[in-house]
Design a protein around this ligand. Sequence first.
Ligand code: CDP
Ligand code: MG
Length: 132
Amino acid sequence: MEDTLSIIKPDGVRKKIVGKILKRFEDNGFEIINPRYINLSKEEASEFYNIHKGKPFFDDLIIFMTSGPCLPFIIRGENAILRVRELMGSTDPDEAAPETIRADFADSIDSNVIHGSDSEQSAKREIRFFFG
Ligand code: CDP
Ligand code: MG
């Protein structure tokens, strides 16, 4: 069993696909823990994405992540970190494998509906970030 951190981003909430996204994880055997809507402040979003500070897309990423409520939650299951990334698909929906969440629902690389931790270390940090 492994825990990872996911966020349905503000575009996913606006598109009313929260239920569809959570169902995909549940249908794949995962448990959804502690989903709750929050509004990230600019400071919180900048801290969460601090590894991307200085990159060309950073400022727009912070504007996007603070543009409305998002839904962070923990996903628990076997090999959760890797399998959640697989179910999400590539960062750019044009490159995401068919039937992945991003291929099916995301508009573009900067509006890609979901976040998932990319490593054990990130998962630990990101779960602590949202859930203490
Ligand atoms: O989210 P993921 O781990 O797949 O990608 P990342 O490389 O860690 O980038 C984090 C987020 O920054 C992405 O999910 C996009 O929302 C955004 N991003 C962007 O807007 N433009 C890029 N060229 C790369 C990332
Ligand atoms: Mg990432």
